[in-house]
Design a protein around this ligand. Sequence first.
Ligand code: SF4
Length: 138
Amino acid sequence: MGNEPDPHAPRLTPEGFLELDGYPYRFDPSVCAACEGACCRGESGYVWVRYGEIEAIARHLEMGVEDFATIYLRKVGHRYSLIEKKLGEGDYACVFFDVAQRRCSIYPVRPRQCRTFPFWESFQHDEDEVRKECPGIV
Ligand code: SF4
């Protein structure tokens, strides 16, 4: 508790990269500025959101949770995902990805799935896959 460092939070290296114990790669956040939003668009997929995150995003947008859910969520089994918008054939983006500005329009309240990218368990032992997904991997 308190101000102890979170061992699961990435650390900033002297070169300005992020690294996390157990992951064989590092991430250069400066690459995001020139990226087309590789982590927010591409093939169709899911951006999972939990109830607390739904409340936070709805509050950020000054919407009620029910209205937010009706407009922006889809139920998949027992979970909820943000909906996506189709940009072209095989090209989808998260509904909150601002294509013109190439940035997340709800960045301060983006879900945990987005905040933890590219340090996902599914990539921990699949460096090739994360390199395909993100040009900021170093
Ligand atoms: S919520 Fe923001 S960071 Fe997450 S996928 Fe959507 S646009 Fe990208």
